[in-house]
Design a binder for this molecule. Structure first.
Ligand SMILES: *[C@@H]1O[C@H](CO)[C@@H](O)[C@H](O)[C@H]1NC(C)=O
Length: 305
């Protein structure tokens, strides 16, 4: 009986946690959005990315005003990217050379790998992305100018307020990239190719990069113990190479970089692929050349740098 109660309690807790994490559809503007935004802003200025990214001159209230002006008192489906231009201009930051990372379909992994700017800088590390990351917002014509009840999905309207924001933010971010840039994609999603021309990278980032970029380095990652669907040089990655080359950048592609595999294995040490690596490391697999695929003993560039 006790066991049953415990089991039920566990199930109940699990389902609560799950439902809290799932994005609610048609959620309204985040409560207290102005306080969240300005609080994040003051904190960013003092404690975040201090030796990695420059500070912006604009004050936090000024940044909020420009952001708020872009979408408030408008229909949520009628916000152009250009509405946010003065916000982007105020919050623009120079980005370190060779450190910019783009991602598509691998939010969590790419940010773990980037390590808050220590390895790479993502859009969400810059103040533009940081201030509003995972917030919801949209306008309404009547007071208070934002709709706290419901916001449309990105797919519900062509010029949705936050989609326009992220499109413009991505382009602004890409414009600042210099040197070798990195793109992490997912080669094991059965529902979505690793690269789509309609993705943020294809539509807003690649086209916005300047001549200061010379190389696009693609990291194709695969979920542990799941079918690996696309690899460098196959499927949609052929289109990616074509698009990158057309822009005049050199193209490099790497499947499952060792440093990324180690991150994945840190989370799922008992997956088949990680156990195999462990067996090799402890000498239980005599000959690594007998293993299909990669060498696990190479020191990855990313870790050496
Ligand atoms: C808020 O958004 C919902 C859903 O789009 C809409 O039905 C409602 O009329 C909006 N509120 C105002 C005041 O515009």
């Amino acid at each position: 009986m006790m066991a049953l109660v415990a089991l039920l309690a566990t199930l109940l807790m699990t389902s609560c946690v799950t439902s809290q994490r799932e994005p609610k559809t048609h959620q309204g503007t985040t409560e207290n959005i102005q306080s969240v935004f300005t609080g994040r802003c003051w904190d960013y200025d003092v404690t975040k990315y201090n030796n990695i990214l420059p500070r912006v001159d604009a004050g936090c209230n000024e940044l909020w005003d420009k952001f708020f002006d872009a979408f408030s008192f408008s229909s949520p489906c009628d916000v152009q990217k250009a509405n946010y231009d003065s916000f982007y201009a105020l919050a623009d930051q120079n980005l370190p050379e060779d450190k910019v990372m783009f991602w598509s379909g691998v939010y969590t992994l790419s940010h773990r790998f980037a390590e808050a700017g220590h390895n790479y800088v993502t859009l969400e590390d810059t103040i533009i992305g940081y201030l509003v990351n995972s917030l919801v917002w949209c306008g309404q014509l009547t007071k208070p100018g934002v709709n706290y009840t419901a916001c449309p999905e990105w797919s519900d309207c062509p010029l949705e307020a936050s989609e326009s924001f992220w499109a413009g933010a991505s382009a602004t971010f890409a414009k600042q990239a210099k040197g070798k840039v990195t793109l992490m994609v997912d080669g094991s999603n059965p529902d979505k190719p690793a690269y789509r021309r309609s993705s943020f990278f294809g539509k807003h980032e690649l086209p916005s990069m300047s001549d200061a970029v010379n190389e696009v380095h693609v990291l194709v990652t695969h979920t542990l113990d799941k079918p690996k669907i696309e690899f460098c040089g196959s499927g949609s990655l052929v289109d990616l190479e074509e698009d990158v080359t057309k822009r005049g950048f050199s193209y490099e592609c790497e499947d499952d970089p060792v440093a990324v595999m180690h991150l994945l294995c840190a989370n799922e040490p008992s997956s088949r692929e990680c156990l195999m690596a462990l067996a090799h490391a402890s000498g239980q697999l005599a000959d690594i050349t007998a293993l299909p695929g990669r060498h696990m003993n190479a020191m990855p560039d990313q870790m050496a740098g």
